[in-house]
Design a protein around this ligand. Structure first.
Ligand SMILES: [Zn+2]
Length: 241
């Protein structure tokens, strides 16, 4: 990549509270479990908001009689627990039908005002990696709109203040699934933790043809190469202050 810029390389940037906003169960682990593990090891409190409960991702050979949404939410909770994440909020929008609506922005603004993160991690809504789930673009766009400027201005969704949610300023957004990475987190020390968390998404094993470890290791190698890291997760840094 000729226009590569290195904004931040190595350990995750210092933060007291990090909010991960993903479209589906397993997006937080797939895109950033390594960074999350390193943040938690450093004492950072991490919380997830998962917008859909992945109800379209049913494997062909699925015979489990339990409602699929319950299975995926339980898998997401187990993966989060594996990493030491404080909690998961499920918004339960229909999988595959997410749009960047005012209502979704309001819900995400409320979550930001409730948790009060320094850093928000979400999907890059403008990536030109076109083989991209449309929910990822929609969630990234709505999350960024919530992080800036909605959550900081009391004039956005004023009913939230009446409910006790004060405005909050997010310092930085880190966007995953980006085609313009400038922030590279070294995940070599926690790579096994990332695999362990991903393995908790048992129903999604078929999403990793060739085996989960092989696929995830290949992705982490590719992500780290521009920054000279063996295994990395890559993000685009967005200053919001
Ligand atoms: Zn997804």
């Amino acid at each position: 990549m000729s226009d590569l810029q290195l904004r931040h390389v190595g350990t995750p940037p210092a933060a007291q509270r990090v909010l991960v906003i993903g479209a589906h169960p397993d997006d937080p682990e797939f895109f950033c479990a390594g960074a999350i593990a390193r943040w938690i090891a450093a004492g950072t409190i991490v919380h997830y908001v998962v917008v859909t409960s992945g109800d379209k991702g049913i494997p062909e050979d699925w015979t489990d009689p339990r409602p699929f949404v319950t299975v995926r939410e339980n898998e997401q909770l187990a993966a989060a627990e594996e990493l030491g994440v404080q909690g998961v909020t499920f918004l339960r929008l229909p999988d595959g039908e997410v749009f960047d609506t005012l209502d979704l922005r309001a819900q995400l603004t409320g979550e930001i005002r409730r948790f009060r993160p320094d850093i928000v991690l979400t999907h890059d809504p403008l990536t030109r990696l076109y083989r991209q789930h449309p929910d990822h673009r929609a969630v990234g766009a709505a999350a960024l709109a919530a992080a800036f400027p909605a959550s900081r201005l009391a004039t956005f969704f004023p009913e939230q203040r009446e409910a006790g949610l004060e405005p909050h300023t997010v310092r930085v957004a880190l966007l995953f699934g980006t085609d313009r990475p400038d922030t590279f987190i070294d995940i070599a020390p926690v790579f096994e933790r990332k695999l362990a968390a991903l393995r908790r998404h048992t129903s999604q094993a078929s999403a990793f043809p060739g085996g989960l470890e092989t696929r995830v290791r290949m992705r982490a190698r590719e992500a780290g190469a521009p920054a000279g890291l063996e295994l990395a997760e890559a993000f685009l840094w967005v200053d919001l202050e």
